[in-house]
Structure formats: C-alpha cells, structure tokens
Ligand binder design. Structure first.
Ligand code: ZN
Length: 298
C-alpha cells in the first residue's frame, strides 16, 4: 500500500491529536502537557526516547532495520577496521541518520476564531500552526515505524519547544539531538504550514534557502531631557528615533541586493510620558529577516 494511503488511515487520530493540542496551548521552553501528549502518541512505537533536561523537548530515535552492510557504501563503513567484532553491524558511525523536526509551542495571543477546539487557555493560542507540526511529526513517527524494516539508517525525531523567540533548538543541539542516533545526522528536515498563502494539500519548496533567518534589533537612544517649549536646550531622542525608523527602511532598499531580500520591521517605538516633556531616552525594537549572510553593499 502506498504511504499516502497509510497516512490517510491516520487522519482521524491526527486530527484528534491536533485539536487536543490546540485546545491546550503552552508557550515557551516548558510545555509539560504537550510533551506528555507527544510521549503518548509515540507509546508502543519502537523509538528510543530522550527527554530534554533544560526544556520539555522530546527526542525519539528509530533504528532502521534494512541490512546496512549490503548497500550502504558509506565512507565510514569502508574506513572502519575489519574484524573488530561488531557482528550486528551496530557500530553507530556506519549508519546514516536523518532528522525530522517539529516545533511545539504556541503564542501569547487570545484566540477569537470560534472553532469548537478553540484554546481553553486565556492569552495563549496555537496561532502559528505548531499544533499541526507536532501532530504531523507524530504521524510520521507511526508511518516510519511501520516501514522500519525498509529503512537503511536511523531517524531522529526532534520535538522542539520554544521556537517563538526562545531559541529552543539551541538547547536541544547542546543536549545532543544531532548525535542522538550515534553518528551526526546527515540532513535535517523541517517545514512550516502556510495555509494563508497556499492551497490546501499543496507543498512548496525550492533549492537553497526557503525560510528566512530572524534577528532582533534593539536600540536605546540616549538624549538629554528638557521642556517641550525649549527643545534647543535639550537633546531630543524622539526626533532621532523617528528619523531612525524611516532611515532603516531606506537603508534596506538602498544597501541590500533586491534579489537577496532583507525585511526590517520596527515593532516597538517607545519614548516619553508627557506631551510637554522631552524625555531622556527613546527605544526602538525591530525584527530583521534575511536569507543569506551577505553583508550590506557598504
Ligand atoms: Zn511558526
């Protein structure tokens, strides 16, 4: 049976899991209930499971069952000394491994969708679709476990908390997710739902970079406060901040190659408390999205 048919058989279970995760979103690096649901979803499947120490991550390794010695031909296999007494071919370095990753965290957003599986947690919502990602990876776990005998290497499943600005991946990398199967994984696959722009059932990808890197910019402008009636006697950080916001947009369009896009959006602009007082400081925070490490043209 083609794997898509097998996948269809899982649909009801996965929809139920997704709705359950959606009802109880958790935010940040500590998602105990989500972790528990993932462990439940993997229950009975032949995975080696490791839980995060600093976060509620879940790493699950599936050992492929297809004969490695016959067709592997990896450099590691030929380089390993013969006859060192590893009859099961179990020397970890000889087996390729790939990683599949899903993020699990929600966002600090109030849900107003009105769907019957709406968030039961005030101020938290799976608004970015990570409930879908988690369910999809649980589905992949079941499908791969069923096809385990055909796999010529190992699969590492990476259920990651704290994607939304908490750097959850770096915790997992420090705790060894890339080497969870023994050898370092040869490739890591991740994806993101994109339902606002793509038709239902469509996938899109392209060679090279698909999604941008995300960086933050924080600027505090230190001026000198004063009375609004005598700006010449102050150093006004408000006008400086206002100019910086527009200058940053001009910089993006004038100094970066348009075929290697950069997006910069100022989301925080704060200064002052009274209309007639020039404040001491102003503050800007921006998000920056980039697709390469190429610097500005000057
Ligand atoms: Zn997301």
């Amino acid at each position: 049976m083609p794997i898509t048919e097998d996948a269809r058989d899982l649909q009801e279970d996965l929809v139920r899991l997704r709705h359950d995760l959606h009802r109880r979103p958790e935010i940040g690096l500590h998602l105990p209930r989500t972790q528990e649901r993932v462990i439940q979803a993997l229950d009975g499947l032949p995975f080696e499971i490791t839980l995060g120490k600093e976060t509620t991550s879940v790493t699950a390794v599936l050992r492929g069952g297809a004969g490695m010695q016959a067709g592997g031909g990896t450099p590691a296999a030929t380089a390993s000394p013969a006859g060192t007494g590893s009859p099961a071919g179990g020397k970890a370095a000889e087996r390729p491994a790939v990683l599949l990753r899903a993020d699990m965290d929600g966002l600090p957003v109030q849900e107003k969708t009105g769907v019957d599986y709406t968030s039961r947690t005030d101020g938290a919502m799976h608004a970015c679709g990570h409930d879908l990602h988690t369910s999809m990876l649980a589905g992949a776990a079941t499908l791969l476990a069923e096809k385990r005998h055909l796999l010529r290497g190992d699969v590492v499943l990476m259920f990651q908390p704290g994607e939304e600005g908490c750097d959850g991946a770096s915790y997992m990398i420090r705790e060894g997710v890339l080497d969870a199967a023994g050898p370092r994984v040869q490739a890591a696959y991740g994806m993101h739902v994109f339902s606002s722009l793509e038709e239902h059932g469509q996938f899109c990808t392209k060679p090279g970079v698909m999604l941008s890197a995300s960086d933050g910019l924080e600027v505090t402008i230190l001026g000198a406060g004063g009375h609004g009636s005598a700006p010449h006697a102050a150093k006004d950080p408000v006008t400086a901040a206002a100019e910086m916001v527009t200058a940053l947009q001009v910089m993006v369009t004038r100094q970066f190659n348009m075929f290697d896009p950069v997006v910069l959006s100022v989301g925080v602009l704060q200064a002052g408390t009274k209309r007639n007082v020039i404040p001491e400081t102003a503050r800007i925070e921006a998000t920056i999205r980039t697709f390469s490490e190429a610097p500005a043209s000057r």
